[in-house]
Design a protein around this ligand. Structure first.
Ligand code: SF4
Length: 514
């Protein structure tokens, strides 16, 4: 009789609840082993960025090494650069594992993505092996309790859940009151960047294990986007913690002030860049949040920065996880605004003369990462204004982004990014003309279009697309009180102005097939 703990690529936390069962002393524990599989089948569900595949396989291999040092048996199925591995899929590797160990039960921490969890459970049960899932310790929210409490609501607001988690985990609290007397310091935040010299995040030289992974990824996934050249991401817990500590010491103090700023050639500014590592378990959310609070309590970071950052992790991250588990699977195919255009081809090569898009798409293709305001107010804004199919945009994010998993990307794209859910999580679509991008970035200074011109061949396309979008979605959106002012402005425009806007938008959209 033996037991198997299956650990997948996004379950590498030291507090993985299935692993914890194995490590817990018992009177006479059955022999147990950990199973880890690199699956080329799973790796091609999307054309994943090569940096992401390298990160996942390297982090898995390093974690397996760590477990072996702790005298845990690890049955590891690596992909090999010459393709000679005896497995291609999870099923192939699982069959080999069962022949070797004949476990009487397989346990796995619950995967955050519903489809992947169900697929793994069915696969195991189809082999006739009992399967047991343990709680997902990579999140702080009880998803079932969240779904039960919220399922019948038309709209879910993040703030309520965020405040209850602040109280539950006693983060930035003074008794029952929020530190500083306020829950939210957004009004102190979101300034355009005024000066340069931004500290760069730590980078890590690839070791032999990572170099082997790079060779494999390049050999097996040559048509996937991105490059492994210059790969410098953390792949161990220690490295991920060092990255987070460096952020807290050097960039957190100005994170709040400049969290919405965007600058050409500056990929991260004061953002932490920890989500890719948080989402696979190399960092623990609670440890990270405690460190942020500690920085505030020690005077190393102001309250607006600490609260703004904690809001992103304890607020948005947890809330989106709850939303995903409350509204799936119907949520995935929502298309409230009836957006039917194909994703423009330039999303896969960055070849566009709209500088804000060329800059952000180019960055995503090179690095697999953008910070949230680039995702929301440049990429998703453009996709919404031009009526790109939400699922095509979702696929783009899922393929390219280091931190993309279904549980976080579905609500981010279907809800926040494109308003395809009809406003279940956002009170209005996050759309704007060029003036918002101009206010928060230097992009327009490098652009061939004029952000001040409303129509004409040199006018910023975001400008006429914005008004054209509002006009075309009037029946669905004009009763939204948060859009009352722009709809009033639209109403007050002359017929000639509106005609010019429509002509400009139509001409621009000719290049975007439905
Ligand atoms: Fe983007 Fe318009 Fe600014 Fe050009 S002018 S960078 S298209 S917002």
């Amino acid at each position: 009789m033996s037991r198997t703990i299956w650990i997948q690529a996004n379950q590498l936390g030291r507090d993985n609840s299935a692993l914890a069962e194995l490590l817990r002393p018992a009177d006479s524990p059955p022999p147990s082993q950990v199973l880890m599989i690199e699956s080329s089948g799973r790796s091609t569900l999307y054309r994943y960025h090569r940096r992401k595949l390298t990160l996942l396989f390297s982090a898995m291999r390093h974690f397996a090494e760590e477990l072996r040092k702790r005298r845990i048996t690890v049955d590891y199925y690596p992909l090999l650069p010459d393709g000679s591995h005896p497995h291609r899929t999870f099923e192939d590797a699982l069959r080999l594992h069962l022949q070797k160990f004949a476990p009487t039960e397989i346990t796995m921490m619950e995967l955050p993505d519903i489809g992947h969890h169900q697929a793994a459970a069915s696969l195991i049960r189809n082999f006739g092996i009992p399967f047991r899932a343990t709680r997902n310790t990579n999140m702080l929210t009880d998803k079932d309790a969240f779904a039960t409490a919220h399922r019948s609501r038309k709209r879910l607001l993040m703030e309520q859940h965020y405040r209850s988690l602040r109280k539950q985990y006693h983060l930035l609290m003074e008794g029952d009151r929020p530190s500083g007397g306020r829950w939210n310091y957004n009004t102190n935040n979101r300034k355009p960047l005024k000066y340069g010299s931004i500290p760069r995040p730590l980078s890590f030289l690839p070791d032999k294990m990572t170099c082997d992974v790079i060779q494999t990824v390049n050999a097996l996934f040559p048509d996937h986007p991105g490059t492994t050249v210059g790969f410098d991401l953390p792949v161990t817990h220690a490295q991920a913690i060092a990255l987070a500590d460096d952020f807290i010491a050097h960039r957190l103090p100005l994170f709040g002030d400049y969290q919405d700023a965007m600058v050409t050639g500056e990929p991260l500014l004061y953002h932490s860049f920890v989500a890719p590592f948080l989402n696979i378990g190399l960092l623990s959310p609670l440890h990270l949040l405690k460190k942020i609070e500690h920085a505030y309590l020690n005077g190393a970071a102001p309250l607006n920065a600490a609260e703004g950052y904690i809001r992103r992790i304890l607020g948005w991250r947890e809330y989106l996880y709850g939303v995903y588990h409350t509204f799936m699977p119907e949520y995935l195919t929502s298309n409230y605004l009836d957006a039917r255009r194909r994703l423009p081809a330039f999303f896969w090569n960055g070849a566009t003369d709209l500088h804000c898009l060329a800059e952000t798409i180019g960055l995503a293709l090179r690095t697999g990462y953008l910070h949230h305001i680039q995702r929301l107010m440049v990429i998703s804004n453009f996709a919404t204004l031009t009526g790109v199919r939400p699922l095509e945009l979702l696929d783009w994010f899922m393929a390219l982004f280091l931190d993309a998993y279904e549980w976080v990307m579905v609500p981010n794209v279907i809800g926040m990014g494109t308003y395809a859910d009809g406003g279940r999580i956002a009170t209005k679509p996050y759309v704007s003309g060029g003036s918002y991008i101009n206010k928060m970035s230097d992009y327009c200074r490098h652009c061939r279009y004029s952000v001040r011109a409303k129509t004409g061949s040199d006018a910023c396309p975001f400008n006429y697309l914005y008004w054209n979008f509002l006009d075309h979605t009037r029946t669905r959106l004009s009763s939204n009180p948060r859009l009352a002012m722009p709809y009033r402005k639209l109403h007050d425009m002359t017929a000639a102005d509106r005609r010019d806007i429509h002509h400009a938008a139509e001409k621009f959209l000719l290049c975007f097939p439905r």
